[in-house]
Design a protein around this ligand. Sequence first.
Ligand code: NAP
Length: 290
Amino acid sequence: MILSGKAVAAEIEEELKKRVDALGFTPGLDIVMVGDDPASRTYVEKKLNKAGDIGIRGRLHHLSETTTEEELLSLVSKLNSDNSVHGFIVQMPLPKQINSLKIISAIDARKDADGLHPLNLGNLAQGSPATASATPKGIMRLIDYYKIPVAGAEAVVVGRSNMVGKPISYLLTNRNATVTLCHSKTKNLAEHTRRADILIVAVGSPYLIKSDMVKGGANIIDVGTTKLGAKMVGDVDFDTVSRKANVSPVPGGVGPLTVIMLMENLVELAERAKAEPQAPAPARRRKKQP
Ligand code: NAP
């Protein structure tokens, strides 16, 4: 079976349109992009287009490649205090002169549409309510859509990034899977992947997972995306692996879900802001004049 993400994403999109209508105001998603990375440009365009389709006001802040950390921190601070912005993301990767973790930590966790702030990642690890990052959330939706059993399953995650590998390992653990997290220093990767009932691959290495590395009937989610010439390919050797296991295709698997889950995060943040309007920053006390 092919674990396509398109139908799931289309269903979620229709639900989100209704939730946006019910808000009674237009939610705002801002996207900060630094530099001109062509892949980032494509992702940002997709996100802004999808926001428009759903009734979300999308706004791009496109900064030059030479932007300093201070300049970016100043924009983050402005967006944190702008009430028309219900959530925002800083598109990764950032240029070398900017410390990504410092920028992510400066985002108000209540506006962290990408779910990358340490508070959100920490809450997710604890199994507490949190804004989860879009790709892992999308993977769980795909798993649930195809009714793949999670509790008690052997789940193997390849890749340990803060954006995909770690959060998906938390989400699977919270749903009672037995999770193994592999990375570039893992010895005998195939020994781990062969045990997997659920295999999540988020590396960015084309065709890393071959047919002899997976169990027959396994459910495999291919997160990797690499451009080879004009073609976008995943981390799984789809043609051979899909003969013995269920695999999500690239493109058309996790990609559409990532975009729609970002929109779901934004709608959730807007709903929360409506339910609990943010307290204004405490007024500064004036010094008493002598
Ligand atoms: P990342 O930050 O570069 O992390 C890659 C991970 O893969 C690292 O943990 C690395 O290990 C591990 N790794 C590298 N070579 C390996 C090997 N030979 N065996 C096992 N593990 C290996 O990447 P990311 O941001 O998580 O993204 C991963 C891929 O997913 C990329 O292709 C990206 O474009 C794609 N992606 C797609 C979507 C989508 O919507 N479709 C969304 C997000 C990401 P170390 O930690 O030891 O270095």
